[in-house]
Design a protein around this ligand. Sequence first.
Ligand SMILES: [Zn+2]
Length: 343
Amino acid sequence: MWRLHLHQHPQIPLNDTKGTYRTAEQIHQQATQDVYQYCRKHGLVQVWAYLWNRWYTPKQWILWARASCDAIPRTKTTMMVESTWAQMKRRDLHQFNRPRLDLLTHVVLVNLLPRVRQKMEYIQKKRRKGRPHPLAKWQETLKRDWQEMSKPDEWRLMLKELVCRKKGVSGQLKPQEKEERLTNIEAEKVRPKGSYHTNIDNMTCSCPSFTLSRWLLCKHLVRQVNEKTGNAPLNNLPFFCALRRNHYPPFYIIPGVHMATPAEAGACPIDFEGPGDIQETRTQERQVSPVTSQFDHGNKSEPEDSEDRGFERSSPFCSEDEGENSERVSSDLISLISLICQN
Ligand SMILES: [Zn+2]
C-alpha cells in the first residue's frame, strides 16, 4: 500500500474501469484515508500516529510522494548524490576520519573533477571517436527489461516454471517453497487477463506494473510499441542508445510512434541530442498531451526553451547508471566545483 502511495501521480491513470486521473490533492486524501482505515481496522493507534506525523501529514507528504510534484523524476531518492559521496569516502578519503574542509576541496578538485571530466567526454562521444558507443549500464538494464516484457505471457511463465523446478532439483529451494511457487504459477496461468487503459500516445498505462515500474514501462506498452514499430526496438541497438525518459507525457519519444522514423524522414539516424530534435519533440509533446497544460501553472510566461519542462535531455552525469549504486554526480556538486575553479 505504501509503495502505491509513493508512486501514484496525477498523470498516471487509476486502475479502475474509466482510467480516471486524480489530482495531487485527491491522491493525498485517498492515500491518507487508506492508511487511516487500515490502522483503524487493525487497532494500530500508535502506528497511525507515527504514520500521520512522520509521513502523511502535508508537511511530510511533499518530501516523498511522487504526486507532490507535477513532473515525474527519473530517480526516486537522493541516491545519486549519496553514491558520489560514498565513492569519495571509500576511494579518496578512506584514510581520513572527518577530514578538514580544505582537504575535501583539494580531493574534489584533484581526484573527483578529472574523473567527472573524463566521464563527460566519454558520454559526449569525444573520446574513442569512430568507435561504436556502448550502452550505459542503465541502458543495458532497460534493454533487458524491454526484451523480457516483449515475451508472451506463456513463454515467461514457462521460463519461470523451469527455473523453479531447476532450483528445486538443485536444492536451492525447499520443497514447500517450490510447491508454493509452482501453485502460484499455475494460478497465474488460468487467471483472466486484466483490462487496462493503455495510452501509447502518452506512454501511460493504468496497470499496477506501470505505476511501480522503475522505467515507467509495462508489458502492455512495450508490446504495443513493438507491434506498431515492427519490433524495431528488438532489432535495433541504437534505439536504446537514443531512448530517454521525459518528465512529462509522453514519457518516451519513440521513432515510428511519436515521430517519423529515420527512413521515413529521409535523414540520418535520429540524434536525440540535437537541438532541433529537442524542439520538435517538445512541440509534439505539447500537441500530444493536453494533460500537461494543467500542470504548467505559474510557468506560462516563461519561454519554452528557458527550462527543460517537457523533454529533458539526460544529464551527462546520469548515463552511467540511473539506478541503484549509480555514480551520477549531482549538478549542484558540479556547479560548486565550477565556482571553485573560477575562483
Ligand atoms: Zn500496463
